[in-house]
Design a protein around this ligand. Sequence first.
Ligand code: ATP
Length: 280
Amino acid sequence: MSGATHAREQGSPLTFDNVSVRYAGRPTLALDHVSVVAEPGKMTAVVGPNGSGKSTLVRALLRRVALQSGRVTVGGVDVASLDAREVARRIAIVPQREEPVLPLRVEEFVALGRHARRSAFGGMSADDHAAVESAVARAGIAEAIGRRTDTLSGGEWQRVRIARALAQAAPVLVLDEPTTFLDIAHEMAVFELLDGLAQQGQTVLLVSHQLNLVARFAAHIVLLHRGTVAAAGDAEAVMRGEILERVYEWPLVVTRDPAVGAPALLPLRGSGRQRDRPSS
Ligand code: ATP
């Protein structure tokens, strides 16, 4: 590879094409012919209620579940035809949950992101060290360097996992609820970081429950409901009261974010929906 090996390769769309998944023993499909296209240069968000199939989409990409139909491609190549190392060079994934098998120092854990780019016997190159350093800075975890991963708070651990994915320097970044456990400042910092990466040409696919932040930051939103796509498009197309109320089965209104004018969801009180409904 020419130039710095932590430079990201650009321009790899990630596509889920008619993907269906059924878990053993379950009567219904967890994903029923779902298609999602995450394009380079954009943040694409997958949203939906608990159990709607968001994490199953990520598992389908990781090949942790068998596809009953469809395929997942990266840069036009079927992910199923790639070995694990080739997948890791193209796609960095922050799964919803994970614990390291053994506690590691934070910098050792972040350096795992370089694994697919290193030779079998070589140590860390100057580029590997630079990529780790850059990932640590961008994820805001410099203060955690030297600590063991089993001593971190939930929010610190989340950011360390994001740093490992950034160190991977893959053209596609997939994150499953990366801001769980993060306070407001760190959550905003992650959204701004992902926005910046997308603007630099990276493909960013984000699974999130933070509809209002997604409406502000994501260029393309896919709303899942019981394993199917209930709506897809920009925030104006997806953040609609009648759609969201049906999918989330909860009374709500869609208003406007006073800061930037993006659509914003306001859940109403379930027991006092009449009282909570705006009068005009
Ligand atoms: P959440 O917001 O709660 O994380 P999700 O949208 O990510 O939910 P999934 O985890 O993809 O939802 O689950 C989709 C459906 O598949 C749910 O009905 C869930 O109960 C079921 N499911 C998930 N994993 C398994 C499994 N290993 N075996 C059987 N069913 C499963």
